[in-house]
Design a protein around this ligand. Structure first.
Ligand SMILES: [Zn+2]
Length: 353
């Protein structure tokens, strides 16, 4: 009956409805956005262009680039040009705050310049020993970090900030600031957890204050999964990522699916996007054979986003690993075919890349 009625409706009357319906469902089952970490110098524009074109050709929509404090002081023009090149190639740019305050991970194994120069900001344990990590409850540290973020976001073409494996819970801090904020010693461990979420929340809010369109991501290791539920409550957080690095963590590759499913479920419960990272680095001949299995498991949990690396460190066969990665990414369904007006009144079909 409905079909019969529809037949009597002029197709051009119906077209705007079809157009809107197609637009509001922009993806097909199994579709994932792809982010590729690019941890390489931006000094040689021709090489960078070739790399970004290759990355774009895999279907990736974003790169992840890491800025370390030491680099930003001396490479401003290279950063500006290189990140612009990514956007010119059609890639969104997400930036990781490499080892700022020694609180986050970063591709270079270097200490934080801030923590080195401000030793009084360090975490102090119950025995009065200092640890090489700035306490996120120090207002001077927060002010510096948030100013740095504002500076990056207003100086460089950036679409998102990624907080890479935030640390701070392995040592309960007894510094004077933490003690003043939490005079009840029996509560200080729980206070540490609460204040870490509050710190990350303020960091995400700082990003959104500069530009509400800039995306925020926090990426965790599987062993920090107990924090995911708390992190997922951060209002200004868009995406929860997880590094399913089975090989680096000396775990069985079959855990990848279980880890991944957990993250995807919690992220979706809180209305966040999920991002799962494939360990296509640090692989020898044997572990390289497990990459297939890891990818199939990642794909099976259907995250909103898949992350992997472009020629990243310590592979026995770097070119082979990149070829395998390209082949995996080609297996991910491309975006939905959607209706688009090619000329007035003429519906056409275009495939988004
Ligand atoms: Zn402290």
């Amino acid at each position: 009956m409905l079909y019969f009625r529809l037949k009597q409706v002029n197709v051009f009357t119906l077209f705007p409805i079809l157009f809107i319906a197609a637009r509001i469902q922009p993806s097909i089952a199994g579709h994932m956005d792809i982010t590729i970490a690019y941890f390489h110098p931006l000094l040689h524009p021709d090489v960078v262009k070739q790399d970004f074109d290759q990355i774009r050709a895999t279907g990736a929509g974003s790169i992840l680039y890491a800025i370390h404090e030491q680099e930003e002081q001396r490479l401003q023009r290279d950063l500006e040009r290189g990140l612009r090149q990514a956007q010119d190639a059609g890639l969104k740019v997400h930036v990781s705050l490499g080892r700022h305050g020694n609180l986050f991970a970063g591709p270079l194994f270097v200490p934080s310049w801030y923590t080195f120069r401000h030793p009084q900001s360090r975490v102090m344990d119950r025995h009065g020993r200092y640890h090489e990590i700035s306490c996120f409850n120090h207002q001077s540290f927060r002010s510096w970090l948030f100013k740095e973020i504002e500076h990056y976001l207003t100086s460089y073409p950036i679409n998102g900030i990624l907080i890479d494996e935030p640390r701070g819970l392995e040592v309960t801090c007894f510094c004077s600031v933490c003690r003043a904020l939490c005079p009840d010693v029996t509560d200080i461990q729980r206070f540490r957890r609460r204040s870490m979420i509050e710190f990350l929340s303020e960091l995400c809010a700082c990003v959104k204050r500069v530009d509400s369109n800039i995306k925020t991501t926090i990426a965790l290791l599987p062993q920090d999964m107990s924090q995911v539920e708390d992190i997922a409550t951060i209002p200004q957080l868009d995406t929860i990522g997880c590094h399913l690095f089975w090989n680096m963590l000396n775990e069985d590759v079959t855990l990848v699916e279980q880890w991944g499913r957990n993250v995807v479920e919690i992220a979706h419960q809180q209305g966040k996007r999920s991002q799962i990272w494939l360990q296509n680095f640090n692989l020898d001949g044997d572990s390289q054979k497990q990459l297939d299995s890891a990818f199939v498991q990642v794909q099976s949990v259907e995250p909103d986003e898949l992350g992997c690396y472009y020629f990243w460190r310590n592979n026995a066969n770097p070119a082979q690993v990149w070829q395998m990665t390209q082949a995996y990414l080609r297996r991910i369904p491309r975006r939905q075919l959607y209706w688009q007006v090619n000329s007035p009144g003429q519906p056409g079909i275009e495939q988004a890349s």
